[in-house]
Design a binder for this molecule. Structure first.
Ligand code: KIV
Length: 275
């Protein structure tokens, strides 16, 4: 059954936990979608995972559209959310609306995600009024990495925790249908989750949020440049790839690949005439 913003809200009401994973291409999206995960996020983490940047700052709206299109072709049931990259919504409400509109029209995703609180509420309101569902993102917001001084846990002081709670209420009031909480203390995430009517999706925010999101390459052990404390690795695909590729090299060397089953045949009489 197709997940929608309404089924997200129902999950919160029913106390059913939501699951979200990132994906950046058709084949991965298709595999993940078939597992029954509730949502696929085309995160701007594609900057790190797919494009090899050190952070998400360089990711462009064209990058997001390119990968968003591929993911949407592979996802049939998951709610697909595409990240709005750095500086594609901060300049003005008009700019945000135009870029969110492009993401919806060109990728066929069902929602967009943007980072920030009170400061981006005018953008959220305008998008929601235009029929664009918005997922907000608070806590460690990687697009603010330079202002935050690194990938650090957020909301640890009284003032910072209060600010986060206020921002969470503000994005809900502006019309966001869900809120991602990244790298904040578990007890603060629990309080925000209890305070809000909309579902919270945690990443490094403890197990009391309404759902969990992970970068699929972290979950599968495909990305090893850095591994945050909050990641749980469920498989080690890097080892499988390493072994499979080494087997391929070995087979080619020994001419055991391609075997007869991988080759096309032709009648000997035809070949004989060519010699
Ligand atoms: O870009 C991303 O993958 C994200 C998740 C970490 C929530 O924003």
């Amino acid at each position: 059954m197709k997940n929608t913003v309404l089924s997200f809200q129902k999950a919160k009401t029913d106390g059913k936990k939501l699951t979200m994973l990132t994906a950046y291409d058709y084949s991965t999206a298709k595999l993940i979608d078939s597992t029954g995960v509730n949502s696929i996020l085309v995160g701007d983490s594609l900057g790190n995972v797919i494009l090899g940047y050190e952070d998400t700052i360089s990711v462009t709206i064209e990058d997001m559209i390119h990968h968003g299109k591929a993911v949407c072709r592979g996802a049939k049931n998951a709610l697909v959310i595409v990240d709005m990259p750095f500086m594609s919504y901060q300049i003005s409400v008009e700019q945000a609306l135009e870029n969110a509109g492009r993401l919806m029209k060109e990728t066929h995703c069902q929602a967009v995600k943007l980072e920030g609180g009170k400061n981006i509420c005018p953008q959220i309101k305008a998008m929601v009024a235009a029929g664009i569902p918005v997922c907000a993102h608070l806590g460690l917001t990687p697009q603010h990495i330079n202002a935050l001084g690194g990938f650090k846990v957020q909301g640890k002081t009284e003032m910072a925790a209060k600010q986060l709670l206020e921002d969470a209420k503000a994005v809900q009031d502006a019309g966001a249908f869900a809120l991602v909480l990244e790298a904040i203390p578990a007890k603060l995430a629990k309080l925000i989750t209890q305070t809000l009517d909309i579902p919270t999706i945690g990443i490094g925010a403890g197990n009391q949020t309404d759902g969990q999101v992970l970068v699929y390459a972290d979950l599968l052990g495909l990305f090893s440049d850095f591994t945050p404390k909050f990641v749980k690795r469920y498989a080690n695909i890097a080892t499988l790839i390493d072994q499979a590729v080494k087997n391929f090299i070995d087979d080619v060397d020994k001419q055991t690949f391609p075997g007869p089953e991988n080759q096309y045949q032709i009648d000997d009489s035809i070949i004989d005439k060519l010699y």
